[in-house]
Design a protein around this ligand. Structure first.
Ligand SMILES: Cc1cc2nc3c(=O)[nH]c(=O)nc-3n(C[C@H](O)[C@H](O)[C@H](O)COP(=O)(O)OP(=O)(O)OC[C@H]3O[C@@H](n4cnc5c(N)ncnc54)[C@H](O)[C@@H]3O)c2cc1C
Length: 360
């Protein structure tokens, strides 16, 4: 890795989750010396709980309120960056992260969902993005979907990656270089004391524990053993999805803003499995492999919080449902700002208010 643009800096990142690791990778590629701090194994992070969808188009339908154009532009930009990001990870770690280019299928099971899909197609058209209607007959004959599915919309911008491979590859890369300190950190001085060095810049990326992540939204998901002949594309219907990976099929997810505990509920696993099998009947016989809960970091107006919060202090959090999708663009935006480069002013929309945040 070589420095191309700015003189090398020493940088500390609090949080070696998906976002902290992605920022670390981008900065290391640009020639900076990065140290990550995290007390926990990767398996406990929200990124590990994710389904790996890169879904700028379907996300437009799930966002509350009118279309947030700055956010939508950021999502589509990040989706485009994924190909280069995945190649770069493979080049530097030797680990392929299984980025798929199969377009997602958004499905309608009843009239209400058909209306939503039509509205999504119109919004995508207005924003200059593609979609293609798919008939029920094609969905049944070509994809093996049940007659309960009335129509579909193919979304060529929406794909998926194996998020666990991304996290494992990046953690392995930084641990191998002795660049991960296993400790919880709350202050810059603590990081400097632990590392025995001063840092030019500090990035706060502790997910739900970060200042600016205002709430946590619990999500339960399950995985099933893959079934021969099932479609290799992501299927989305309402708030649910079926995401095929090489070694598992992920079925998700609940969205629980108010939850009594952090555990999993067996009735939810049954509900997710049954709902998925009503769309793709072959899944009814699939063995259940895992059932887990993750906690999405939610910020204001469902927007991420990314940017400079004080001299030499940056923040990257509140990625809510879209940490996987937004990892490459977040890393680029943070790295540009750390280097003092100009960046797309539309992304001021995600910047922390001056003086905000208590992290010292
Ligand atoms: C069920 C589910 C499905 C999802 N599916 C998708 C999807 O398909 N596509 C998508 O784009 N997004 C998805 N998401 C959202 C995505 O997982 C999150 O947006 C993303 O993981 C946030 O990344 P992060 O790095 O900010 O947080 P995390 O991944 O949680 O990482 C934060 C890290 O900070 C560390 N940390 C905490 N406290 C400290 C401390 N004091 N000091 C140092 N380190 C600390 C933690 O140990 C952790 O490793 C999903 C989420 C859930 C729950």
């Amino acid at each position: 890795m070589t420095a191309e643009r700015a003189s090398p800096q020493t940088i500390a990142i609090a949080g070696a989750g998906l976002i902290g690791l992605s920022c670390a990778f981008e900065l290391t590629e640009r020639g900076h010396d990065v140290t990550l701090f995290d007390p926990n194994p990767a398996e406990t992070s929200t990124g590990w709980a994710a389904a790996g969808m890169i879904a700028p188009a379907y996300e437009l339908m799930l966002q509350a309120g009118p279309v947030d154009t700055a956010f939508a532009a950021f999502c589509f930009e990040s989706a485009k960056l994924w190909s280069g990001f995945a190649q770069s990870i493979k080049r530097h770690t030797g680990i392929p992260v299984a980025l798929s280019n199969a377009p997602t299928l958004a499905l309608a099971r009843h009239a209400d969902e058909q209306t939503h899909l039509h509205a999504l197609a119109d919004v995508l058209d207005e924003l200059g993005h593609r979609s293609r209607r798919i008939s029920a007959t094609t969905l049944q004959n070509q994809y093996g979907l049940s007659p309960a599915v009335e129509s579909g919309l193919q979304l060529p911008d929406d794909t998926h990656v194996d998020n666990r491979r991304v996290i494992s590859a990046l953690r392995w890369f930084f641990v191998g270089q002795g660049k991960v300190v296993s400790a919880a950190v709350e202050t810059r001085s603590k990081m400097e004391e632990l590392a025995g060095q001063r840092f030019d810049a500090v990035i706060w990326a502790r997910g739900t524990a970060e200042t600016g992540s205002e709430a946590q939204v619990k999500g339960q998901a399950i995985s099933l053993s893959p079934v021969q002949g099932q479609p290799s594309t992501v299927l989305r219907f309402g708030a649910r999805y079926i995401v095929p990976k090489a070694d598992r099929t992920i079925i998700g997810a609940t969205s629980e803003p108010d939850f009594a505990n952090k555990g999993v509920d067996p009735a939810v696993a049954d509900m997710l499995h049954e709902e998925a099998a009503r769309v793709l009947p072959q899944l009814a016989q699939a063995n259940r492999l895992e059932h887990w809960a993750g906690f999405r970091p939610l910020g204001t107006a469902e927007r991420p919080l990314i940017g400079r919060k004080a001299a030499g202090e940056f923040i990257a959090t509140a990625h809510y449902r879209n940490g996987v999708l937004l990892a490459p663009a977040t890393a680029k935006l943070i790295a540009d700002q750390v280097e003092g480069l100009t960046y797309e002013s539309a992304y001021d929309a995600f910047a922390p208010a001056p003086g905000s945040g208590a992290t010292a």
